[in-house]
Design a protein around this ligand. Structure first.
Ligand code: FAD
Length: 282
C-alpha cells in the first residue's frame, strides 16, 4: 500500500493535533480532515485553553501523566518560539503545508467512509455520542464570556475552579459553569449576569470590560478518554478505525499526548493492512 488514505473526523483541538501527528509519524499517508464545523465554531474555541491536569478516573494515572507531559513539552517549545502568538493558525497552516486536505462534511456513520479511505480516525468530541452511539459519553455544558480587557495580565481562579479569569492573547475568558447532562448550546442570560458578577467580585476592574461575547461549549466527558483501535466489518469488508475522543474538561491539557498515541495506533493499522495485502498476494 503506497499511500494509505486516512480520514480524520473532527476539526477541534483533538482532530487537528491528531492529523498533524499522523503526518509526522506516517509521512507516506494522505490525510484528510472531515468536519461539519471548523474554528471558530467548535468546543475547542470556547475553552480558555489553560493547561490544568484533569483526572480521568478510569484512565491509568501513568498514561494521563505521559499525555500531560508530552503536551506541556510541546506547548512550552511553541511558547518560546516566534510563532507563539499565532500557534493556532500555525497548526492549520502546518497541516496545509503537509498537503492535508480539509472538507466540510457531516459524517452520519463511520462506515460511509469505507469505500473512500483505508483508515478512519474518530475525533468527533461530543459528536461521538451520536456518531458511534457511545452512551458512556456525556456533555458537561460550560458557558463563558470572552471580553476585551487588555489590562488584565494575570489569571485568577477561585477555590473550586468554577469562577475564573483567564487572560488570553486577544481576549480574557470569564467563567464559568459545569452543567452535567445539559445539551443546550444556547447562552442563558441569567448565567451571563451571574458569571460577570462573580468575576467582577474577584477583579472589580472588569466592570470596564468591553465587547462581551457569550460562548457555550459541551465538554465531551467520559470516565476515560477513548484512545483505541477497532475494526468495523460488513460483508467481509473491513475498515480499521482509531478513536480519540472523550477528553472532557482537559482536552487542551493532554491533546498532544493523546494525538501521539492515536498516530501510533494508525501506524499499527497500516502495518496490519500491509501484512494482509502481502498475504493476499502470496
Ligand atoms: P471539539 O472541539 O468539539 O471538536 C469536535 C469536532 O468534531 C468539531 O469540529 C465537530 O464539528 C466535529 N464533529 C462532531 N461530530 C461530527 C460528525 N458527525 N461529522 C463530522 N464532524 C463532526 N480544556 C483544557 O485543557 N483547558 C481549559 O482551560 C479548558 N477550558 C474549557 C472551558 C469550557 C467552557 C469548555 C466547554 C471546555 C474547556 N476545556 C478545557 C475542554 C476542551 O475544550 C475540550 O476537552 C476539547 O475542546 C475537546 O476537543 P475535541 O476536538 O475533542 O472536540
Amino acid at each position: 500500500m503506497a499511500s494509505p488514505k486516512v480520514a480524520v473526523v473532527g476539526a477541534g483541538v483533538i482532530g487537528l493535533s491528531t492529523a498533524l501527528c499522523i503526518t509526522e509519524t506516517c509521512p507516506s499517508c494522505s490525510v484528510t480532515v472531515l468536519s461539519d464545523q471548523f474554528s471558530p465554531n467548535t468546543t475547542s474555541d470556547v475553552a480558555a485553553g489553560m493547561l490544568i491536569p484533569h483526572t480521568y478516573p478510569d484512565t491509568p494515572i501513568h498514561r494521563q501523566k505521559q499525555w500531560f507531559k508530552e503536551t506541556f513539552t510541546y506547548l512550552f517549545a511553541i511558547s518560546n518560539s516566534a510563532e507563539a502568538s499565532e500557534a493556532g493558525i500555525h497548526l492549520v497552516s502546518g497541516l496545509k503545508a503537509t498537503g492535508t486536505q480539509m472538507y466540510t462534511r457531516k459524517v452520519a456513520d463511520l462506515w460511509e467512509l469505507h469505500s473512500e479511505y483505508d483508515i478512519v480516525v474518530n475525533c468527533a468530541g461530543i459528536g461521538a455520542h451520536q456518531l458511534v452511539g457511545d452512551k458512556q459519553l456525556f456533555p458537561v455544558r460550560g458557558q463563558v464570556l470572552k471580553v476585551h480587557a487588555p489590562w488584565v495580565k494575570h489569571f485568577i481562579r477561585d477555590g473550586d475552579g468554577l469562577t475564573y479569569i483567564y487572560p488570553g492573547i486577544h481576549r480574557v475568558t470569564l467563567g464559568g459553569t459545569r452543567e452535567e447532562g445539559s445539551w443546550s448550546l444556547s447562552p442563558d442570560d441569567g448565567t451571563t449576569r451571574d458569571i460577570f458578577d462573580r468575576c467582577c467580585s474577584l477583579e472589580p476592574s472588569l466592570h470596564g470590560a468591553q465587547d462581551i461575547q457569550v460562548k457555550v461549549g459541551l465538554r465531551p466527558s467520559r470516565q476515560c478518554v477513548r484512545v483505541q483501535r477497532e475494526v468495523l466489518s460488513q460483508g467481509g469488508v473491513k475498515l480499521p478505525v482509531v478513536h480519540n475522543y472523550g477528553h472532557g474538561a482537559g482536552g487542551f491539557s493532554v491533546h498532544r499526548g493523546t494525538a501521539n498515541e492515536a498516530a501510533h495506533l494508525v501506524e499499527e493499522c497500516i502495518s496490519a493492512l500491509q501484512g494482509s495485502s502481502l498475504r493476499a498476494k502470496l
